[in-house]
Each structure stands twice: as structure tokens, then as C-alpha cells.
Design a protein around this ligand. Structure first.
Ligand code: NAD
Ligand code: UD1
Length: 341
């Protein structure tokens, strides 16, 4: 197997997207060091990554803001690139605790970038989000749409994107890929790793699947009066394994390209809440009770990606369809009704 890079530092590698990406990296022949403070993940996720891959992981248990721990990691390893997942991601919580979000997400990125710079490692893939498009004026969304944020989580992503663009303009040696994820769902086909939402989930698929296993009674559908084909919100759901493979493609492209580029990582197709409910019922054989409720504050009608740039430049496109996503999400949920506990 061709090796594009050798050793990759994966911050937040124990989390939902990070753990799937670590599996893909190892499968593609990369060496991986995971750095995570386990503030929103479990060491069990990494044990299961080891089961899937047969590889014993090198794990640094530290906060990404701990500059000494980062420096030690760079002294002990020659990293070719960093994939930076570590961050807090709950939109509602970010409005309650903005300082915590800015400190974690913005200061975390700053400390990491400083240590990378000090050690001459100037290649990074950053986890951004479609949330940086705010309320887009039309769909599908291309990477050149105006950027804005409506909550501290979104602001923190936008701030880090701006920092990355600034350092890239100041020093042409930086090689930066910003991946703007649309709505990640599903799980590894083994059912061993997946999203452990903990408590009552905010996002649609984790919520529906907990209704599916009987932990929650019904789904609240937030609004059926949007300007969409059935009135419910439309989103671009993307299988987490496809998302993981986008990181491999991004690393490969970074081998040859300098500067800072952003890419939409979605399927390019939007599905409504009610279409997701139906698809989940088909995949699981479970009946999903739902009630129409008022709109959720901050929600938008439609959000899906124009994937032309990621297809053209990264040579990447999603391979899993909606039925695959529902099947794999359900498989994980049924095997792990209480997540990693
Ligand atoms: P996650 O919470 O499952 O994973 C994040 C990981 O980072 C966790 O393991 C957590 O313990 C770790 N972490 C957090 N703060 C840290 C710190 N200061 N130091 C070290 N480790 C820290 O989230 P995820 O869904 O895997 O998301 C990964 C990244 O992708 C995040 O940056 C998130 O904002 C971004 N993103 C996620 C989604 C989504 O829907 N899941 C969508 C768009 C963007
Ligand atoms: C949310 C975040 C976004 C983040 C993304 C991925 C908000 C406002 N936005 O996006 O910043 O990048 O998650 O983590 O939180 N829905 C229901 N009932 C539910 C849950 C959701 O009807 O119980 C609907 C929503 O109204 C929306 C769709 O399902 O139309 C998807 O919601 P969700 O999974 O929360 O993702 P986003 O709102 O797209």
C-alpha cells in the first residue's frame, strides 16, 4: 500500500469522528499518535480501534492546551502532519458557556499551531463545520459562500478558520486543509465504534435511534412549516466512514499543495427529517413515534453541500447512501444501547 505520509498526530482521536479516522489511517498504512483529554470520550473507544485494526495505539492523555505535553509529543515523534479534531461541539451548551468553548476550541488550536510552528511541522487538517455558512441564501452551498456564525461554537470554528488563513498568508510553507463537515452519522460496520452521545442527544440520528431502542418515547420534529418539500428541515447526512476517508484524501493532497483550502464534506444530497424517520424505520424495522413541535431556535430550513470542489481537488466522494447510513447507525445503537458504558 502506498504511504503518503508517515506519522500523524490525531488530536481528539478518541472521539466519534477521530476514532473512525484513526481506523482509516491505520488501514492506509499511516502511523498514528492520538492525543486526547477524554473530556468527551472513553478510552474504550481506542481499545476497540485496537481490536478493529490489530494495532496497539500510541496514546497521549493530555489537553491540547497543555503546551508542554504537546512539545514532548513532538520531541518524541517526527510528525508529518496533524489532524485536529479536539474540540467541544454542542451548539446549545456553547451559548451557555461561551468562555469554555472559546478557551477550548480557539486557545486549543492556537497552542497546537504554535507548537507545530516551533517544531517545523506545518501541515494540518482542521475539523470545521457547515455551521460556518450561517443561514445560507441558497442551496447547494459552495465553499465560496459568505461565512458567518450564530453561536459561540460556530464562532469558534470561524475564528480558527481565520487564524489558519492568516498563518497561511504569512508563511507559504504551511499546508492547510479545512474540512467543513455537513451532518456526520452512522458508525463503523463492525458496530464496535460509533457516536456515544451520553445523556439525551441533541442531534437527529442519535435521538431517533434512542427512540428505536426504547430509551426515549418519541421524536420531537422541530417544525413542519419550513420552505422545504415536506416542511421539515433538510440536511446533508454523511456516513462517518466516508468522512474519515476524506481526511486521508486531504493528507494526500497536502503532500503537494501549499496554502490553505476549504472543502465541503457531504454527499451533496439533502434529506428531510421525515425522510430520515422513514429511512430509519426501513433499516431498523422499528416504528418511530414522532410529534410535530415548534421550530428549534437557530435552525435553518435547508443545508446541503455542493461537493464539486472536494470531488475535483481531493478526488473524494461519499460512497455510502442513506440506507447504508441508517443500517450502520442502527447496528451500532443496537449493539451498544448505552454507548461505551
Ligand atoms: P467528539 O466530542 O466525539 O470528539 C472530540 C474529541 O476531542 C473527544 O475525544 C474529546 O475528549 C477531545 N477533546 C475535546 N477537547 C479537548 C482538549 N482541549 N484537549 C484534548 N482533547 C480534547 O466530537 P466529534 O463529533 O468527533 O467531532 C470532532 C471534531 O469535528 C470537533 O472539532 C467538532 O467540532 C467537529 N465537527 C463535528 C461535527 C459533528 O456533528 N459531530 C460536525 C462538524 C464539525
Ligand atoms: C447541529 C448544529 C450544528 C452542528 C451539527 C452537527 C444546531 C442549531 N446546529 O446541526 O451547528 O454543526 O448539529 O453537530 O444545533 N431535529 C428534529 N428533532 C430533534 C433533533 C433534530 O426535528 O430532536 C431536526 C432539526 O431541526 C434539523 C435536523 O433534524 O432540521 C438535523 O438536526 P441536527 O442533527 O441537530 O443537526 P443540525 O441542526 O443540522
Amino acid at each position: 500500500m502506498q504511504q503518503f505520509n508517515n506519522k500523524i498526530l490525531v488530536t481528539g482521536g478518541a472521539g466519534y469522528i477521530g476514532s473512525h479516522t484513526v481506523v482509516s489511517l491505520i488501514e492506509q498504512g499511516f502511523e498514528v499518535v492520538v492525543l486526547d483529554n477524554f473530556s468527551n470520550s472513553s478510552a474504550e473507544a481506542l481499545r476497540r480501534v485496537e481490536r478493529i485494526t490489530g494495532v496497539t495505539l500510541d496514546v497521549v492523555s493530555a489537553d491540547v492546551r497543555d503546551r508542554q505535553a504537546l512539545q514532548n509529543a513532538f520531541e518524541h515523534n517526527k510528525f508529518d502532519a496533524v489532524i485536529h479534531f479536539a474540540g467541544l461541539k454542542a451548539v446549545g451548551e456553547s451559548a451557555q458557556q461561551p468562555l469554555r468553548y472559546y478557551l477550548n476550541n480557539v486557545d486549543g488550536a492556537l497552542q497546537l499551531l504554535q507548537v507545530m510552528n516551533d517544531n517545523g511541522c506545518k501541515r494540518i487538517v482542521f475539523s470545521s463545520s457547515a455551521t460556518v455558512y450561517g443561514d445560507p441564501s441558497s442551496v447547494p452551498i459552495t465553499e465560496s459562500f459568505p461565512l458567518s456564525a450564530t453561536n459561540p461554537y460556530g464562532q469558534s470554528k470561524l475564528m480558527v478558520e481565520n487564524i489558519l488563513r492568516d498563518i497561511s498568508s504569512s508563511d507559504p510553507n504551511w499546508q492547510i486543509s479545512i474540512l467543513r463537515y455537513f451532518n456526520p452519522v452512522a458508525a463503523h460496520q463492525s458496530g464496535l465504534i460509533g457516536e456515544d452521545s451520553g445523556g439525551v442527544p441533541n442531534n437527529l440520528l442519535p435521538y431517533i435511534s434512542q427512540v428505536g431502542v426504547g430509551k426515549l418515547e418519541f421524536l420531537s420534529v422541530y417544525g413542519n412549516d419550513y420552505d422545504t418539500h415536506d416542511g421539515t428541515g433538510v440536511r446533508d447526512y454523511i456516513h462517518v466512514v466516508d468522512l474519515a476517508s476524506a481526511h486521508i484524501k486531504a493528507l494526500k493532497v497536502l503532500d503537494d499543495e501549499h496554502g490553505c483550502q476549504s472543502y465541503n464534506i457531504g454527499t451533496g444530497r439533502g434529506y428531510s427529517v421525515l425522510e430520515i424517520v422513514k429511512a430509519f424505520e426501513r433499516a431498523s424495522g422499528q416504528n418511530i413515534e414522532y410529534k410535530i413541535m415548534p421550530r428549534r431556535l437557530g435552525d435553518i430550513a435547508s443545508c446541503y453541500a455542493d461537493t464539486d470542489k472536494s470531488a475535483r481537488t481531493l478526488g473524494w466522494q461519499a460512497e455510502h447512501d442513506l440506507d447504508d447510513m441508517m443500517r450502520d447507525h442502527w447496528h451500532w445503537q443496537r449493539k451498544n444501547p448505552n454507548g461505551y458504558n
